[in-house]
Design a protein around this ligand. Sequence first.
Ligand code: MG
Length: 466
Amino acid sequence: MTRLFGTNGVRGVVNEEMTAELALKLGGAIGTYLKKAKSRPKVAIGTDARISNHMLKSACSSGLLSVGCDVVDLGILPTPALQYAVKEKDFDAGVIITASHNPPQFNGIKVIDFDGTELARSQEEEIEDIYFGNKIKRVQWNEVGSFSAWDGAISLYKKGILSKVDADTIRKKKFRVVLDCGNGAGAVVAPDILRELGCETILLNCELDGLFRGRASEPVPENLGKLMKVVKEEGAHLGVALDGDADRAIFIDENGNYVYGDKSFALLAKYIVEKKGKGKVVTPVSTSSCLEEVVREKGGEVLYTAVGSPIVARVMKREKAIFGGEENGGLIFPEHQYCRDSSMTIAKMLELLANSEKTLSELIDELPKYELVKLKTHCPNHLKEKVLKKLVEKVKERFDKIDETDGVKIYMKEGWVLVRPSGTEPIFRIFAESKDKEVARELADRYVKEVNSIVSAMSQCYQLGI
Ligand code: MG
């Protein structure tokens, strides 16, 4: 069956793949799916700050209304703020119109379950089946849904966050923070959170702008030059950058240095596990061993999942984990909600710093050092599964410890290698980690060659018709 949902909802360039017609039909399919469980579902809808937000929200809402769902418009807000509202209030589902960190010409549609989590793949498949099988069930004229607006989601969300950190201790420290919202939806929440926590804030790109004129939306080092500079110039304690829909937060230390997401993740995991004395932390197999080392040291345990934040969230829920997340700055605090949340991440990081006498750079320096090398190599989509199978056969003969949660992760004494087929592109991603950069590079190179040789042997077999 054709796939509509990618790893993060349905995404595409507006008026090319992502059209009003698609949003209308998808709204009908989502609503038809929801009606299997309830006769009149109540659906929250919201958007990020993109120019196409109203076009897609209106179309998707029309689709939902046409099949008999009641729709409540929450306006422009971060994805986690909509998720929180769905979880806390009597909504049966949520729809967020966003393309996260993608460039401004993109937009997307993501569906949220009644408990605030992203839909599982099996649920998305049911919606795809309705969408492609033309199984949308329109209702009679007198059963069409109602449409209303509610402006309470943002304050509900802010209160939720402030109640889950030690706000008094943070306030006493009077942190000086530079916040860069990248013109995204975080601008309606994060500046207030910092102010409420007694911070002196310097705001960059905190005006909503669907063209992202301040900076590109992805919080990677090449987009955060200004933030790094301002943190240093202003003598701030730290800087924070959010992505377009504000589910991810990336930090800058007091010297203006970029803190990679795996480091801030490990630092917060260390803090959280130490406080509890034990507990499970969940993350995909691609995350640095730095996390596992600090979690184990503090008496905790790391559970690995396949790549994708909805998968992490679901395993956290099942395993009653105390923390989880991804190395891209998307962290999940279960006492708050089971999804990535940038404002919660900022608040917790401030709490951590408030309880420490050290600066952010000193704390990062204390973490174990690992070197992660990320490479990719081409493989035709139709061969991916066979290539992976062959590789697994080969490595099983040579290594005792392998993990097949997502692709294959091979543990060896000098580090680990993860070889994983991409879900969307005709490539294998090859990650290698070691304490020594040269060793990591050599491991990654070796497995690129290994994958290439299997791909080339199999291509020849195909050509010969074997
Ligand atoms: Mg995002």
